[in-house]
Design a protein around this ligand. Sequence first.
Ligand code: HEC
Length: 181
Amino acid sequence: MLKVGAALILLAVLTMFSTATISRGLGNLKTAVTHLSYFEKRDMRSTVAFVPQKGVLRPPDTLSVPVTGKDFQTDRAVLEATFRNPEPMSDSSVARGQRKFLKTCIPCHGKSMAGDGPVAAKFVPPPDLLGPQTRQRADGFIYSYIRHGGAIMPSYGAQVTAQEAYDLINFIRHQQQASPR
Ligand code: HEC
């Protein structure tokens, strides 16, 4: 009897000094007593709030060129006539373009670029990007399609930065040369 009493007192003392209490988020008395070492910061109520808008945003330096903002020129006809791809054709640019294409474009255009992606069957099948029609298109036409959308193709300006569009154009051109259809 004495032993039981001592054990109960010990348990009560332990519970007092442990961090586990019902008010700290342990749903009921049983877990409060049995989870004596419950870590108080594990409860979402008492974690430190993350306030991203209070972080420090570095202003762009004076020599930077924005590549993620809006394009000044969105007119397809003007882009067709004046756009020159500023990214030279290189293995790394083609590789970056391929990676982006596999992530963003294959749902409709398909891995083979023939316009047979899984979404195309339920949407409008796009033309073969390696076919004669797209091979004749100006770089500016492809750029405006990617960044601003086409007749039916949605705009991918929010998902594809200007730099990524340059790489995509290099990738499409590279594939058109390597295996035209
Ligand atoms: C939601 C489906 C969809 C996605 C995703 C998509 N496209 Fe398209 N795309 C189309 C359709 C449909 C057309 C043809 C209809 C049109 O002219 O709008 C098209 C047309 C094009 C054309 C014009 C071809 C021509 O010669 O007329 C280009 C270039 C193109 N897409 C590139 C891309 C690239 C690059 C991506 C990835 C960033 C992409 N598309 C993602 C549906 C899509």
